[in-house]
Design a protein around this ligand. Structure first.
Ligand code: ISJ
Length: 95
């Protein structure tokens, strides 16, 4: 019983560490939004690039299969990050 409690605590500690890594990586991905916005402005390109998004979603599906993670959940998470990235790009370009 006590052993199970110790194991539960150990797993939760690992989950906390993983959550921190996830947030760190999401921030890292999102922090490219400003540079991307500036480069697109100089190249006269729109913020939205549906071809690139298609590639990102395809890659996401492949990675989900590779790591045995639910494909639809993976795509949902990436969609949130893509939309957030585009919102930030728009904000920078409005400044
Ligand atoms: C970041 C970009 O801008 C947008 C956001 C994307 C993303 O977050 O992956 C992909 C395509 C674009 O719609 C980009 O063009 O690479």
């Amino acid at each position: 019983m006590n052993d199970a409690k110790t194991q539960l605590e150990a797993i939760r500690k690992r989950i906390d560490e993983i959550d921190e890594e996830l947030i760190k990586l999401m921030a890292k991905r999102t922090n490219f939004a400003r540079d991307i916005a500036m480069l697109k402005k100089s190249l006269n390109l729109p913020i939205n690039d549906s071809e690139r998004e298609k590639e990102v979603y395809e890659k996401t599906r492949k990675l989900c299969n590779k790591y045995k993670f639910d494909e639809e959940i993976g795509v949902k998470i990436i969609k949130i990050l893509i939309e957030h990235n585009k919102d930030i790009q728009s904000k920078y370009l409005k400044e």
